[in-house]
Ligand binder design. Structure first.
Ligand code: HEM
Length: 429
């Protein structure tokens, strides 16, 4: 009786009938308006607690983070993570998780390592811009499809996906082992892990091949689809808000319009770009329910009793719409709200947590923000974007497809037109 309030549920299916499976985060947001910022419900027979306001997220992460930092262990992720050898799906509290997390934060995704891979990101974004430039006028901008959903299904399917991924990781590791790195200054994450394995035999954390594969899995699943989805939603929102697109293009072109490519060193002089990325992550968080958490022990929140092993969802979408935090018009796409504000997505501001927060918060946040800002800056700077013939003037729909990472339901079709040439004389003095 002292559980948080929630909608009445049916036998067997629980509250499933109240959830729109292509936008569960939206259904949960609507329910939270009736039942409050900490809400109990059942998905099938499994009880969940759902966190839907910035105040509640702050209360939990500031005062109860250790109790809320375990993760449920879905069978498919157990298999794909080599039985929990990664970070994202490892149980908590656990010595192995602590050491791996330390490795990620201090080495694999440290600011120094992210900086050292700057030229790789610039090469990739530059290739993308060249590819788009060489398309014929009728060609559409392709969108990367969801991947994670393919991982659900029958055990045989899980096994097949596991084997495919495993052989992909083997190839990557072999390539790195046979590559002649002599004289090369660029050491990527795999080079670093292989080096660590060689140097660090005595450390308590033995870097086995399966552990390296589990780390590649986290990078591959956590760090590719999410960045692609963020770009997809950013371009959708920009297309539907031409005023914002124009202001973004004015910002990039005033400073760098004469250049073919905006580099990462140029990004700090583009504050409106950063505001557009933040606003996209607020309204379209690519992982809107974060990764599920599980309580490690009993705790009391706002007089409610939360039992050990309760599943917990943080609804980052609902939190991004919280009127107590965002004021009267949270549904508007309005990047200006970030222009004179220090609110950031790194996990310290509880109204904006698309990367989560606390002990289990995303360790790839710095890398992700570099990739997304670099790609978006160049897409906006190099091209004007139009809708295909016959669709001009129409709003692009914003319907989402089901999945842990939220993509658009339909492909986003936009036509790139090379920008008019900007000469040095057009630069502001
Ligand atoms: C836009 C891009 C990204 C988004 C939106 C995103 C989002 C998230 C979210 C919501 C979580 C769960 C946080 C929580 O439970 O509090 C997470 C965890 C994680 N992310 Fe990301 N992520 C992104 C990019 C990346 C990248 C680039 C990497 C690595 C290359 C990465 C690796 C991870 C890992 C390893 C975890 C598990 C952390 C743990 O459980 O201790 N992510 N991410």
């Amino acid at each position: 009786k002292d559980l948080p309030p929630g909608p009445p549920c049916l036998p067997v299916i629980g509250n499933l009938h109240q959830l729109d499976c292509s936008a569960v985060h939206r259904s949960l947001w609507k329910l939270s308006k009736t039942y409050g910022p900490l809400m109990s419900l059942k998905i099938g027979s499994i009880p969940f607690q759902v966190v839907s306001s910035a105040r509640m997220a702050r209360e939990i992460i500031k005062n109860h983070d250790p109790e809320f930092s375990a993760r449920p262990q879905p069978r498919v992720m157990q298999k794909l993570s080599y039985n929990g050898l990664d970070v994202a799906f490892t149980s908590y509290p656990d010595k192995y998780w602590r050491e791996m997390r330390r490795l990620y934060v201090l080495h694999v995704f440290s600011p120094k390592r992210v900086q050292s891979s700057q030229s790789i990101r610039e090469d990739e974004v530059s290739k993308m811009i060249m590819d788009i430039s060489s398309l014929s006028f009728e060609d559409y901008f392709p969108v990367v499809g969801g991947m994670i959903d393919h991982f659900t299904g029958l055990p045989s399917r899980i096994q097949r996906v596991f084997e495919e991924l495993d052989s992909f990781y083997e190839t990557i590791i072999k390539e790195h082992l046979t590559r002649d790195r002599a004289g090369s200054e660029e050491q990527d994450i795999i080079d670093f892990l292989l080096q660590l394995r060689q140097d660090n035999k005595s450390s308590s954390l033995d870097i086995t091949t399966d552990r390296i594969k589990a780390i590649i899995m986290n990078i591959f699943i956590g760090g590719t689809d999410t960045n692609a989805a963020t770009l997809e939603w950013a371009m959708t929102a920009l297309r539907n808000h031409p005023r914002v697109m124009t202001r973004l293009q004015e910002e990039t072109r005033a400073l760098f319009g004469h250049k073919d490519f905006i580099s990462e060193d140029d990004l700090p002089s583009l504050p409106y770009l950063t505001a557009v990325v933040k606003e996209t992550l607020r309204l379209y968080p690519p992982v809107p329910l974060l990764l599920p958490r599980q309580t490690a022990s009993h705790c009391t929140i706002d007089c409610y009793n939360i039992k050990p092993k309760s599943r917990v969802l943080f609804n980052a979408f609902a939190i991004g719409m919280d009127p107590e935090y965002w004021g009267s018009d949270p549904e508007a796409f309005f990047p200006e709200r970030f222009m004179d504000s220090s609110v950031d997505f790194k996990g310290q501001d509880f109204g904006l947590i698309p990367f989560g927060s606390g002990r289990r918060g995303c360790p790839g946040v710095l890398l992700a923000s570099h990739v997304v800002e670099l790609a978006l800056a160049n897409l906006a700077n190099s091209f004007d974007w139009e809708l295909p013939q016959g669709m001009e003037g129409e709003a692009v729909d914003t319907e989402a497809a089901p999945g842990t990472t939220t993509h658009r339901k339909t492909d986003l079709c936009l036509l790139p037109k090379m920008k008019a040439h900007y000469s040095i004389e057009q630069e502001p003095s």
